[in-house]
Design a protein around this ligand. Structure first.
Ligand SMILES: C=CC1=C(C)c2cc3[nH]c(cc4nc(cc5[nH]c(cc1n2)c(C)c5CCC(=O)O)C(CCC(=O)O)=C4C)c(C)c3C=C
Ligand SMILES: [Fe+2]
Ligand SMILES: [Fe+2]
Length: 332
Protein backbone atom coordinates (compact mmCIF):
# COMPACT_ATOMS: atom_id res chain seq x y z
CA UNK A 1 0.00 0.00 0.00
CA UNK A 2 1.21 3.56 -0.77
CA UNK A 3 2.40 5.61 2.17
CA UNK A 4 0.18 8.76 2.39
CA UNK A 5 3.13 11.02 1.50
CA UNK A 6 3.58 9.19 -1.80
CA UNK A 7 -0.04 9.29 -2.78
CA UNK A 8 -0.45 11.45 -5.90
CA UNK A 9 -3.71 13.02 -4.64
CA UNK A 10 -2.29 14.19 -1.33
CA UNK A 11 -0.50 17.55 -1.68
CA UNK A 12 3.09 17.50 -0.51
CA UNK A 13 3.94 20.00 2.22
CA UNK A 14 5.59 22.98 0.59
CA UNK A 15 7.58 25.35 2.76
CA UNK A 16 7.63 29.08 2.11
CA UNK A 17 10.03 31.57 3.65
CA UNK A 18 9.09 35.25 3.64
CA UNK A 19 11.93 37.60 4.57
CA UNK A 20 10.60 41.03 5.48
CA UNK A 21 12.27 44.40 5.78
CA UNK A 22 11.03 47.93 6.40
CA UNK A 23 10.45 49.21 2.87
CA UNK A 24 11.70 52.28 1.09
CA UNK A 25 10.43 54.85 -1.42
CA UNK A 26 10.06 53.83 -5.08
CA UNK A 27 12.18 56.79 -6.22
CA UNK A 28 14.30 59.54 -4.63
CA UNK A 29 11.62 62.13 -5.36
CA UNK A 30 9.50 64.29 -3.07
CA UNK A 31 6.28 62.60 -4.26
CA UNK A 32 7.55 59.03 -3.79
CA UNK A 33 9.05 59.83 -0.37
CA UNK A 34 5.79 61.50 0.66
CA UNK A 35 3.79 58.36 -0.25
CA UNK A 36 6.24 56.20 1.70
CA UNK A 37 6.37 58.41 4.79
CA UNK A 38 2.58 58.71 4.86
CA UNK A 39 2.19 54.94 5.15
CA UNK A 40 5.22 54.48 7.47
CA UNK A 41 4.46 57.31 9.88
CA UNK A 42 0.73 56.49 10.02
CA UNK A 43 1.58 53.11 11.56
CA UNK A 44 0.45 53.31 15.18
CA UNK A 45 3.25 50.93 16.16
CA UNK A 46 5.78 53.52 14.89
CA UNK A 47 4.28 56.75 16.19
CA UNK A 48 2.40 56.04 19.40
CA UNK A 49 0.50 59.31 19.53
CA UNK A 50 -3.33 59.16 19.31
CA UNK A 51 -4.30 59.58 15.62
CA UNK A 52 -6.62 62.51 16.36
CA UNK A 53 -3.55 64.45 17.52
CA UNK A 54 -0.90 62.89 15.26
CA UNK A 55 -2.64 62.80 11.85
CA UNK A 56 -3.13 66.61 11.62
CA UNK A 57 0.55 67.10 12.51
CA UNK A 58 1.64 64.45 9.99
CA UNK A 59 -0.57 65.66 7.13
CA UNK A 60 -0.39 69.38 7.92
CA UNK A 61 3.31 69.78 8.75
CA UNK A 62 5.56 66.74 8.35
CA UNK A 63 4.36 65.54 4.93
CA UNK A 64 4.72 69.10 3.60
CA UNK A 65 8.30 69.58 4.79
CA UNK A 66 10.20 66.33 5.36
CA UNK A 67 9.73 64.55 1.98
CA UNK A 68 11.68 67.21 0.07
CA UNK A 69 14.58 67.10 2.53
CA UNK A 70 14.57 63.29 2.74
CA UNK A 71 14.37 62.93 -1.07
CA UNK A 72 17.65 64.87 -1.35
CA UNK A 73 19.23 62.51 1.16
CA UNK A 74 17.91 59.45 -0.72
CA UNK A 75 19.29 60.86 -4.00
CA UNK A 76 22.82 60.80 -2.51
CA UNK A 77 22.72 57.04 -1.93
CA UNK A 78 20.42 55.88 -4.76
CA UNK A 79 22.04 53.36 -7.09
CA UNK A 80 21.45 51.98 -10.59
CA UNK A 81 19.56 49.15 -8.86
CA UNK A 82 17.36 51.57 -6.90
CA UNK A 83 17.21 52.15 -3.17
CA UNK A 84 20.03 50.35 -1.32
CA UNK A 85 17.55 48.88 1.17
CA UNK A 86 15.50 47.34 -1.66
CA UNK A 87 18.41 46.07 -3.74
CA UNK A 88 20.21 44.48 -0.78
CA UNK A 89 17.00 42.91 0.53
CA UNK A 90 16.30 41.42 -2.91
CA UNK A 91 19.89 40.14 -3.07
CA UNK A 92 19.49 38.50 0.36
CA UNK A 93 16.23 36.84 -0.67
CA UNK A 94 17.74 35.56 -3.94
CA UNK A 95 20.80 34.24 -2.18
CA UNK A 96 18.69 32.45 0.43
CA UNK A 97 16.48 31.10 -2.37
CA UNK A 98 19.54 29.57 -4.09
CA UNK A 99 20.83 28.11 -0.83
CA UNK A 100 17.46 26.59 0.07
CA UNK A 101 15.99 25.85 -3.34
CA UNK A 102 15.76 22.13 -2.69
CA UNK A 103 13.52 22.68 0.32
CA UNK A 104 11.73 26.04 0.25
CA UNK A 105 10.18 28.82 -1.82
CA UNK A 106 11.92 32.01 -0.62
CA UNK A 107 10.46 35.49 -1.26
CA UNK A 108 10.79 38.96 0.21
CA UNK A 109 8.27 41.57 1.30
CA UNK A 110 8.33 45.13 2.62
CA UNK A 111 6.28 46.32 5.59
CA UNK A 112 5.71 49.65 3.78
CA UNK A 113 5.48 49.81 -0.01
CA UNK A 114 5.93 46.86 -2.29
CA UNK A 115 5.88 43.90 -2.50
CA UNK A 116 3.57 43.94 0.50
CA UNK A 117 3.33 41.26 3.18
CA UNK A 118 -0.34 40.39 2.37
CA UNK A 119 0.38 40.12 -1.37
CA UNK A 120 3.37 37.86 -0.85
CA UNK A 121 1.55 35.62 1.64
CA UNK A 122 -1.29 35.25 -0.87
CA UNK A 123 1.19 34.50 -3.69
CA UNK A 124 2.93 31.84 -1.60
CA UNK A 125 -0.39 30.29 -0.70
CA UNK A 126 -1.35 30.24 -4.40
CA UNK A 127 1.99 28.60 -5.19
CA UNK A 128 1.08 25.79 -2.81
CA UNK A 129 2.99 26.77 0.34
CA UNK A 130 1.12 25.34 3.30
CA UNK A 131 3.90 25.98 5.82
CA UNK A 132 5.32 29.49 5.96
CA UNK A 133 8.12 31.00 8.02
CA UNK A 134 7.81 34.77 8.40
CA UNK A 135 11.26 36.23 8.99
CA UNK A 136 11.38 39.92 9.91
CA UNK A 137 15.04 40.82 9.34
CA UNK A 138 15.50 42.80 12.55
CA UNK A 139 18.01 41.27 14.98
CA UNK A 140 16.69 43.37 17.90
CA UNK A 141 12.92 43.19 18.56
CA UNK A 142 10.84 46.32 18.76
CA UNK A 143 7.11 46.84 18.41
CA UNK A 144 7.88 49.41 15.69
CA UNK A 145 9.75 46.90 13.51
CA UNK A 146 9.30 43.16 14.18
CA UNK A 147 5.98 43.75 15.95
CA UNK A 148 4.35 45.64 13.11
CA UNK A 149 5.56 43.12 10.48
CA UNK A 150 3.90 40.33 12.44
CA UNK A 151 0.71 42.42 12.95
CA UNK A 152 0.52 42.87 9.18
CA UNK A 153 1.04 39.16 8.52
CA UNK A 154 -1.53 38.07 11.12
CA UNK A 155 -4.06 40.60 9.74
CA UNK A 156 -3.58 39.09 6.27
CA UNK A 157 -4.12 35.59 7.68
CA UNK A 158 -7.46 36.59 9.24
CA UNK A 159 -8.70 37.08 5.67
CA UNK A 160 -7.76 33.53 4.60
CA UNK A 161 -10.22 30.67 4.80
CA UNK A 162 -7.48 28.02 4.78
CA UNK A 163 -4.49 29.11 6.83
CA UNK A 164 -1.01 27.86 6.12
CA UNK A 165 0.87 26.73 9.22
CA UNK A 166 2.93 29.69 10.45
CA UNK A 167 6.24 30.08 12.24
CA UNK A 168 8.09 33.32 12.90
CA UNK A 169 11.80 34.00 13.19
CA UNK A 170 12.51 35.18 16.75
CA UNK A 171 14.79 38.16 17.40
CA UNK A 172 18.40 37.07 17.06
CA UNK A 173 20.22 39.88 18.90
CA UNK A 174 22.08 37.44 21.16
CA UNK A 175 22.32 34.43 18.88
CA UNK A 176 25.91 33.11 18.73
CA UNK A 177 25.59 32.80 14.92
CA UNK A 178 24.76 36.54 14.65
CA UNK A 179 27.44 37.65 17.10
CA UNK A 180 30.07 35.52 15.34
CA UNK A 181 29.03 36.86 11.92
CA UNK A 182 29.32 40.45 13.19
CA UNK A 183 32.73 39.77 14.71
CA UNK A 184 34.01 38.24 11.46
CA UNK A 185 32.55 41.01 9.30
CA UNK A 186 33.72 43.91 11.48
CA UNK A 187 37.21 42.44 11.91
CA UNK A 188 37.50 41.86 8.13
CA UNK A 189 36.47 45.49 7.47
CA UNK A 190 38.89 46.80 10.12
CA UNK A 191 41.72 44.83 8.52
CA UNK A 192 41.15 46.77 5.27
CA UNK A 193 41.59 50.20 6.89
CA UNK A 194 44.76 52.23 6.44
CA UNK A 195 44.52 53.46 10.05
CA UNK A 196 43.97 51.99 13.51
CA UNK A 197 40.82 53.45 15.13
CA UNK A 198 41.05 55.03 18.59
CA UNK A 199 37.38 54.17 19.06
CA UNK A 200 34.90 51.72 17.57
CA UNK A 201 31.32 53.03 17.62
CA UNK A 202 28.32 50.68 17.42
CA UNK A 203 25.29 52.71 16.36
CA UNK A 204 21.69 51.47 16.57
CA UNK A 205 18.58 53.17 15.20
CA UNK A 206 16.92 55.09 18.02
CA UNK A 207 13.43 54.89 19.50
CA UNK A 208 11.50 57.22 21.81
CA UNK A 209 12.83 56.58 25.34
CA UNK A 210 9.23 56.13 26.49
CA UNK A 211 9.02 52.80 24.63
CA UNK A 212 11.70 51.41 26.96
CA UNK A 213 9.61 52.35 30.03
CA UNK A 214 6.52 50.84 28.39
CA UNK A 215 8.31 47.48 28.18
CA UNK A 216 9.68 47.39 24.64
CA UNK A 217 12.80 45.15 24.75
CA UNK A 218 14.58 47.03 21.94
CA UNK A 219 16.99 49.02 24.10
CA UNK A 220 17.97 45.93 26.13
CA UNK A 221 18.41 43.88 22.94
CA UNK A 222 20.75 46.54 21.50
CA UNK A 223 22.78 46.71 24.71
CA UNK A 224 23.05 42.91 24.82
CA UNK A 225 24.23 42.71 21.20
CA UNK A 226 26.88 45.33 21.98
CA UNK A 227 28.02 43.57 25.17
CA UNK A 228 28.27 40.14 23.55
CA UNK A 229 30.11 41.51 20.53
CA UNK A 230 32.49 43.51 22.72
CA UNK A 231 33.25 40.36 24.73
CA UNK A 232 33.72 38.30 21.55
CA UNK A 233 36.04 40.90 20.01
CA UNK A 234 37.87 41.60 23.25
CA UNK A 235 37.64 45.35 22.81
CA UNK A 236 35.58 48.34 23.92
CA UNK A 237 32.58 49.35 21.81
CA UNK A 238 31.02 52.79 22.22
CA UNK A 239 27.21 52.37 22.00
CA UNK A 240 25.02 55.11 20.53
CA UNK A 241 21.55 55.63 19.00
CA UNK A 242 20.95 57.47 15.72
CA UNK A 243 18.16 58.92 13.55
CA UNK A 244 16.24 60.93 16.13
CA UNK A 245 12.77 61.88 14.85
CA UNK A 246 10.35 64.36 16.42
CA UNK A 247 10.42 66.26 19.69
CA UNK A 248 10.15 63.48 22.26
CA UNK A 249 13.24 62.31 24.16
CA UNK A 250 14.91 59.44 22.29
CA UNK A 251 17.31 56.80 23.53
CA UNK A 252 20.72 58.22 24.33
CA UNK A 253 23.54 58.84 23.78
CA UNK A 254 22.89 60.15 20.28
CA UNK A 255 25.31 59.00 17.59
CA UNK A 256 26.02 62.51 16.22
CA UNK A 257 26.80 63.89 19.71
CA UNK A 258 28.93 60.81 20.48
CA UNK A 259 31.05 61.21 17.34
CA UNK A 260 31.66 64.90 18.06
CA UNK A 261 32.51 64.22 21.71
CA UNK A 262 35.02 61.52 20.72
CA UNK A 263 36.81 63.96 18.42
CA UNK A 264 36.87 66.63 21.13
CA UNK A 265 38.24 64.09 23.63
CA UNK A 266 41.16 63.46 21.30
CA UNK A 267 39.97 60.15 19.88
CA UNK A 268 40.46 61.40 16.37
CA UNK A 269 40.38 58.12 14.47
CA UNK A 270 37.02 56.39 14.50
CA UNK A 271 35.31 53.45 12.83
CA UNK A 272 31.54 53.10 13.07
CA UNK A 273 29.11 50.32 12.18
CA UNK A 274 25.38 49.67 12.59
CA UNK A 275 24.54 45.99 13.15
CA UNK A 276 20.83 46.57 13.86
CA UNK A 277 20.30 47.13 10.13
CA UNK A 278 20.41 43.85 8.26
CA UNK A 279 21.21 45.81 5.09
CA UNK A 280 22.71 49.18 4.30
CA UNK A 281 20.13 51.89 3.76
CA UNK A 282 19.56 55.63 4.02
CA UNK A 283 20.27 55.60 7.74
CA UNK A 284 23.70 54.02 7.34
CA UNK A 285 24.93 55.27 3.95
CA UNK A 286 23.73 58.86 4.27
CA UNK A 287 23.30 59.54 7.99
CA UNK A 288 26.42 57.70 9.19
CA UNK A 289 28.82 57.42 6.23
CA UNK A 290 28.18 60.97 4.91
CA UNK A 291 26.71 63.13 7.69
CA UNK A 292 28.51 61.35 10.53
CA UNK A 293 31.80 61.69 8.70
CA UNK A 294 31.27 65.45 8.23
CA UNK A 295 30.23 65.98 11.86
CA UNK A 296 33.25 64.06 13.14
CA UNK A 297 35.70 66.01 10.99
CA UNK A 298 34.10 69.36 11.87
CA UNK A 299 34.67 68.48 15.54
CA UNK A 300 38.36 67.82 14.86
CA UNK A 301 38.43 64.13 13.93
CA UNK A 302 41.05 63.14 11.38
CA UNK A 303 40.21 59.58 10.28
CA UNK A 304 36.72 58.13 9.82
CA UNK A 305 35.50 54.82 8.44
CA UNK A 306 32.00 53.46 8.04
CA UNK A 307 31.96 49.65 8.11
CA UNK A 308 29.20 48.02 6.00
CA UNK A 309 26.25 45.95 7.23
CA UNK A 310 26.19 42.20 6.67
CA UNK A 311 24.04 42.69 3.53
CA UNK A 312 24.23 39.64 1.21
CA UNK A 313 27.87 38.88 2.08
CA UNK A 314 28.81 35.21 2.48
CA UNK A 315 29.26 35.79 6.22
CA UNK A 316 25.82 37.37 6.52
CA UNK A 317 24.06 34.79 4.35
CA UNK A 318 25.68 31.85 6.18
CA UNK A 319 24.29 33.33 9.40
CA UNK A 320 20.77 33.88 8.00
CA UNK A 321 20.71 30.39 6.50
CA UNK A 322 21.68 28.92 9.89
CA UNK A 323 18.93 30.82 11.71
CA UNK A 324 16.28 30.01 9.11
CA UNK A 325 17.14 26.32 8.69
CA UNK A 326 16.84 25.99 12.48
CA UNK A 327 13.30 27.45 12.41
CA UNK A 328 12.08 25.25 9.55
CA UNK A 329 13.66 22.07 10.86
CA UNK A 330 10.96 19.43 11.16
CA UNK A 331 9.26 20.99 8.15
CA UNK A 332 12.03 20.13 5.70
C1 LIG B 1 16.35 49.04 12.53
C2 LIG B 1 15.36 49.44 13.27
C3 LIG B 1 14.51 50.64 13.13
C4 LIG B 1 13.79 51.21 14.18
C5 LIG B 1 13.73 50.74 15.60
C6 LIG B 1 13.12 52.34 13.65
C7 LIG B 1 12.29 53.20 14.38
C8 LIG B 1 11.75 54.40 13.93
N1 LIG B 1 12.02 55.03 12.73
C9 LIG B 1 11.32 56.21 12.64
C10 LIG B 1 11.33 57.14 11.58
C11 LIG B 1 12.02 57.00 10.36
N2 LIG B 1 12.89 55.98 10.03
C12 LIG B 1 13.29 56.13 8.73
C13 LIG B 1 14.10 55.30 8.01
C14 LIG B 1 14.51 54.02 8.41
N3 LIG B 1 14.28 53.42 9.63
C15 LIG B 1 14.81 52.15 9.64
C16 LIG B 1 14.81 51.22 10.68
C17 LIG B 1 14.26 51.44 11.96
N4 LIG B 1 13.40 52.45 12.32
C18 LIG B 1 15.41 51.94 8.35
C19 LIG B 1 16.06 50.66 7.88
C20 LIG B 1 15.23 53.10 7.59
C21 LIG B 1 15.78 53.37 6.18
C22 LIG B 1 14.77 53.24 5.09
C23 LIG B 1 15.38 53.37 3.71
O1 LIG B 1 14.57 53.62 2.79
O2 LIG B 1 16.58 53.25 3.48
C24 LIG B 1 12.66 57.32 8.18
C25 LIG B 1 12.71 57.78 6.73
C26 LIG B 1 13.83 58.59 6.34
C27 LIG B 1 13.72 59.99 6.84
O3 LIG B 1 12.85 60.74 6.41
O4 LIG B 1 14.51 60.32 7.74
C28 LIG B 1 11.88 57.87 9.21
C29 LIG B 1 11.02 59.10 9.14
C30 LIG B 1 10.57 56.33 13.84
C31 LIG B 1 9.61 57.47 14.15
C32 LIG B 1 10.84 55.23 14.63
C33 LIG B 1 10.29 55.00 16.00
C34 LIG B 1 9.75 54.05 16.50
FE1 LIG C 1 13.43 54.39 11.29
FE1 LIG D 1 17.81 59.38 9.28
Amino acid sequence: MDKPADHPDIPQPKVGILVVNLGTPDAPTTQAVKRYLKQFLSDRRVVEIPPLIWQPILRGIILNTRPQKSAKAYAKVWTGDGSPLASFTIAQSKSLGRRMQAVADVRHAMRYGNPSVPDQLAAMKAAGCNKILIAPLYPQYSGATTGTVLDEAYAALTRMRWHPAIRTLPPYHDDPAYITALKMSVEASLAQLDFTPDALVISFHGMPERTLHLGDPYHCHCQKTARLLSEAMGRELVVSFQSRFGRAKWLEPATDATLMQLARDGRKKVAIFAPGFSVDCLETLEELAIQGHEQFEEAGGTHFAYLPCLNDSDIGMDMLETLIRREVSGWV
